[in-house]
Ligand binder design. Structure first.
Ligand SMILES: [Zn+2]
Length: 147
């Protein structure tokens, strides 16, 4: 959808939750690594057990790698064995879910509610109290230590 106009790129240092929803494709490519772009903006999936947060057990919060919105608390992270970071609950209002029928499967896609970036999928085989398994790509998240 680019109209060829030079993008008015804001080079403000540091990134809090920004108006990321308005970024152009070019700005996204600028802001994200190739792998992040592939996952977040093209609904890709990182290789199983490849992500830095699969076995990550520190206390803190996981944010959207694209816009900084807090998505998950480490207290809800658990060992699912699925090969990606898994959580049984997302922060209230932080994500949206939609039916994804790609690849011949019926899955529920999870996106950031703020910037609409693809994060992963959610399944109904998680532990109590929610019964949900949010299966999220590591590269879609940034981690903030509680310290
Ligand atoms: Zn986001």
């Amino acid at each position: 959808m680019s109209d060829g106009e030079p993008a008015d790129v804001d080079r403000t240092e540091g990134s809090g939750p920004a108006d990321s929803a308005d970024l152009t494709d070019e700005e996204w490519r600028d802001r994200l690594t190739d792998e992040q772009y592939r996952v977040l903006r093209e609904s890709g999936t990182e290789a199983r057990f490849s992500g830095e947060f699969v076995d990550h057990e520190a206390d803190g919060t996981y944010r959207c790698a694209a816009c900084g919105t807090v998505l998950f608390d480490s207290a809800t992270k658990y060992e699912s064995g699925c090969g990606w970071p898994a959580f049984y609950a997302a922060e209230d209002g932080s994500v949206t879910t939609t039916l994804d029928t790609s690849h011949g499967m019926r899955r529920t896609e999870v996106r950031c509610a703020n910037c609409d970036s693809h994060l992963g999928h959610v399944f109904d085989d998680g532990p109590e109290p929610t019964g949900k398994r949010f299966c999220i790509n590591s590269v879609a998240m940034a981690f903030d230590d509680d310290a």
